[in-house]
Design a protein around this ligand. Structure first.
Ligand code: CA
Length: 236
C-alpha cells in the first residue's frame, strides 16, 4: 500500500521538522511548506489525504488557506487540522466554523497530533472515501484514487502524464495554465523537454474526452499561452 500523503504548512522550522519526522516515523509521507502560497500552488497538481495548517503564518494565514481549500472542488473534502497558539481561543472556534476538522493548541504534543491524524484518516477510510477522490465535470468523471477517467460512463485508457494533465486542468477549471507551468508541474523542473510535449498530450486527451476533438469544448487552446479547461460547459 502506498503511503498516505500529508501536506504541512508551518513556518517555524523546528516544529515543521519535528512533525514531519514523527509522521514519517508513523508511515506517512509528508510534504512541508513555509507558507500558504506554496501550498496552494502545489494543490494545483497534487492533492494529499490531509492538511495540517499552522494558523499564524507570514503572508496568507491559516484561515485564509482553509477558506481557499474549502472553495476548491479538488480539496474541499480533504480534512484539515489547524495548529493554533494558546491565546487564540476565539480563533479556534472560527477555525472549526471555516471547515477545519480538528485543531491543536500550541505547544502541543506531537504524539497527540499523530493520534489525531490517524483518527481522522481512519474515519475517512470508513466513510465513503470515493466521495473525496472524485472530480466530475458534466459527463467526465475522474476517480483519483483508482486512476480512472470516464466519459459518458465509459472507461478511457489514460497513461499517467495524460491523467495528471487532465487532473490539473480540471482542478483549475476556468484558469489559463501556461505550457511552461504544466511542464514544470507534471514533468518536473529538471525535465529536458519542449513545451510541444504538452500539445501532444493534450491532443491525446481530447481524443478521449471531447465529443469532437477537432472542435474541442472542454479543453480550450489559449493561443500563445497554453490551455484552459472551460467552465462554460454545463456542470450538471
Ligand atoms: Ca507560525
Amino acid at each position: 500500500m502506498s503511503k498516505e500523503l500529508i501536506f504541512l504548512v508551518e513556518d517555524e522550522v523546528h516544529i515543521q521538522q519535528l512533525v514531519k519526522y514523527n509522521l514519517e516515523a508513523n508511515g506517512y509521507r509528508v510534504l512541508t511548506f513555509g507558507s500558504g502560497e506554496g501550498l496552494l500552488e502545489e494543490v494545483q497538481c497534487s492533492i494529499p489525504r490531509l492538511f495540517i495548517l499552522d494558523l499564524m503564518l507570514p503572508g496568507m494565514d491559516g484561515f485564509e488557506i482553509c477558506k481557499q481549500l474549502r472553495s476548491n472542488p479538488g480539496t474541499k473534502n480533504i480534512p484539515i487540522i489547524m495548529l493554533t497558539a494558546k491565546s487564540e481561543e476565539f480563533d479556534k472556534v472560527l477555525g472549526l466554523e471555516l471547515g477545519a476538522d480538528d485543531y491543536l493548541t500550541k505547544p502541543f504534543s506531537v504524539r497527540e497530533l499523530v493520534a489525531r491524524v490517524k483518527a481522522i484518516l481512519r474515519r475517512m477510510t470508513n466513510a465513503a472515501p470515493a466521495e473525496i477522490e472524485i472530480i466530475r465535470h458534466g459527463n467526465i468523471v475522474m476517480n483519483l484514487s483508482r486512476h480512472e477517467v470516464y466519459k459518458n460512463d465509459q472507461l478511457k485508457e489514460m497513461p499517467l502524464k495524460e491523467f495528471e494533465l487532465l487532473k490539473m486542468l480540471l482542478l483549475n477549471k476556468g484558469k489559463v495554465l501556461s505550457r511552461e507551468l504544466l511542464l514544470d508541474k507534471i514533468w518536473g523542473f529538471d525535465y529536458y523537454g519542449e513545451t510541444r510535449t504538452i500539445d501532444v498530450h493534450i491532443r491525446y486527451i481530447r481524443q478521449k474526452i471531447e465529443d469532437d476533438d477537432s472542435n474541442p469544448e472542454y479543453i480550450e487552446t489559449i493561443r500563445g499561452i497554453g490551455y484552459r479547461f472551460s467552465d462554460r460547459t454545463n456542470e450538471q
